[in-house]
Design a protein around this ligand. Sequence first.
Ligand code: MEV
Length: 339
Amino acid sequence: MTVSSAPGKVYLFGEHAVVYGEPAVPCAIERRATVTVDPRDDDVVRVVAEDLSLNGFAVEYSGSTDEHPDVDVPTPLVEAAMGYVDAAVDQARDAAGAPDAGFDITVESEIPLGAGLGSSAAVVVAGIDAATRALDVELSPREIADRAYQAEHEVQDGQASRADTFASAMGGAVRVEGDDCQPIDAPSLPFVVGFDGGSGDTGKLVAGVRALRDRYDFAAQTVETIGDIVREGEALLADADAEAGADPDEDLLEALGELMNFNHGLLEALGVSSRSLDSLVWAARSGDAYGAKLTGAGGGGCIVALDPTPETETALQYTPGCEDVFRAELATTGVRAED
Ligand code: MEV
């Protein structure tokens, strides 16, 4: 039996624009998906996933990754999650040169599905690591990130950046621009996450931004401006010269917060926010957060705010429509063996 875990992430800046080659800075957070893999003697894949969302559900199926004959799929989100597990299995089979390898797989996750915290990337990254190790193949975190990206790219019909999977595999704060992916130094940013209990359809949201960008020059410029915000934010992090994990100073938090607010405004203009996400963003700001924005694809799910004090958590807890609030520590370790 092999067991691997990988973290989820929040976007400090740059989601959506990263799909078009602009830079983004996602940060891995200490909410992890854990995948347990037991090789089988036949070519069957059996998956149990009891808590892939905060509400919880169970899925069990057997069969090849092309068809799930025994499955009564409860929701589109579960169907999507199964697609990611299948894609991870295919990558592990390919890496090990074992196209007929069968597995019993258990997925456990602390990351709500489709809520902007990189649940699918974490499941794919941990799944590839556990399944390859089960077949006696050791991949580096960068190789796992690359294979996880191929898996996400396939499931999301070619509309995925390397950001979520690279952050999950490597841990810490990272910078992604096209194929260029690098870890960066970042202080221990005081992230507060608010969750509206919902989720967004990444494929549809990405397609919506693409359509706006194709139709209007000002939408294309909005995407480029998000890239400018990311470059400004990166320069702030680099100038702060903060040791990874050190407490950031107030000037840095103020400047980053201002950029997060600007970034959220542009994502809203691109049509990927929602009434509930906007209401959580405004609640965080009224709770004295330095800044707040949606994280991930949008449409519903999570916002991320910066506040070292408890005030933003309190403000969010009392906001109608806020289902969960938590402080998210930077996960300094990416994918790791748990066995
Ligand atoms: C989704 O977590 C982030 C997006 O930028 C899509 C991607 O980067 O693949 C919306």
